[in-house]
Design a protein around this ligand. Structure first.
Ligand code: MG
Ligand code: MG
Length: 259
């Protein structure tokens, strides 16, 4: 049973969501050929701390950095490193905050300079599938309706959904019930009710859906080495509808950011 959040809790989750949204935009301003993923981590960590928040990923179950920076065939949980981004790469920044006892968690896949038409399509379809999932996140629907909306959209373009990882509830804990898979059956799973706060986060591979775990014990790669994209937003079900707490507006309304 998921306890619905109070208005006060929703307000605190929104504060976190805004910090995370703005941090993603700071990272977006930094993404360019020649920049290391460690630099993206530095920019994000500085921005989070400057806003009085804690980068919640750092030390989470031993994770070594403030953000996940996942390049090309890395689906999620990439370690920021000395890898130098090059034209045509894609890089996902997944960012979490802890602020006033609540959590924020959102992700965005950025193109590095010009990317191929196929890669562009992967980014566009993955992001659009997230909004399809959000549309399905209305009171009275079930978690399976979200997964169905995401999966059917993505697969209609010939891309595949990663099934080993999923979205989640969010609150005092970064990961709360219910799990929110990106695949599913309509009318199945936990019921969505007002006051639920969830992160919806499709992970989409250009090739097959099979993935493997890196030797580092964290990073997840596509088995066929195809590119993978990942977008994540936090939403609250409020007055029956899904309302976004985090937003990509800070990224997409900034003329300096290529997205
Ligand atoms: Mg995340
Ligand atoms: Mg998440």
């Amino acid at each position: 049973m998921v306890r619905p959040k109070t208005e006060e809790e929703i307000a605190l989750l929104r504060e976190n969501a805004i910090i995370v949204s703005k941090t993603l935009a700071e990272v977006g301003k930094t993404v360019a050929p020649g920049v290391t993923t460690k630099e993206l981590n530095r920019v994000a960590e500085t921005f989070i701390r400057d806003h009085g928040a804690i980068p919640s990923f750092l030390g989470f179950e031993g994770f070594p950095a403030a953000i996940c920076a996942s390049v090309n065939d890395v689906v999620v949980h990439g370690f920021p490193s000395d890898y130098v981004l090059k034209e045509g790469d894609i890089v996902t920044a997944d960012i979490g905050t802890l602020y006033k006892g609540y959590n924020g968690d959102s992700a965005y896949t950025f193109p590095v300079g010009e990317v191929s038409a196929e890669t562009r399509r992967l980014l566009d379809v993955t992001k659009a599938s997230l909004y399809k999932g959000i549309e399905a996140a209305v009171a009275g629907n079930r978690v399976g309706d979200i997964g169905y909306a995401v999966q059917s959209y993505v697969e209609s373009f010939g891309f595949s959904i990663v099934r080993e990882l999923e979205g989640h509830g969010i609150g005092r804990e970064m990961h709360e019930a219910p799990g929110v898979p990106n695949f599913g059956r309509q009318g199945h799973g936990p019921k969505l009710v007002d006051g639920m706060t969830i992160c919806i986060e499709p992970m989409v591979n250009a090739g097959g859906r099979s993935v493997y775990l890196d030797r580092n014990g964290w990073s997840v790669h596509t088995s066929d080495r195809s590119n993978s994209a990942h977008y994540e937003l936090t939403v609250v079900i409020r007055r029956g509808k899904a309302e976004q707490l985090s937003t990509f507006d800070f990224i997409e309304k900034d003329p300096k950011i290529i997205f």
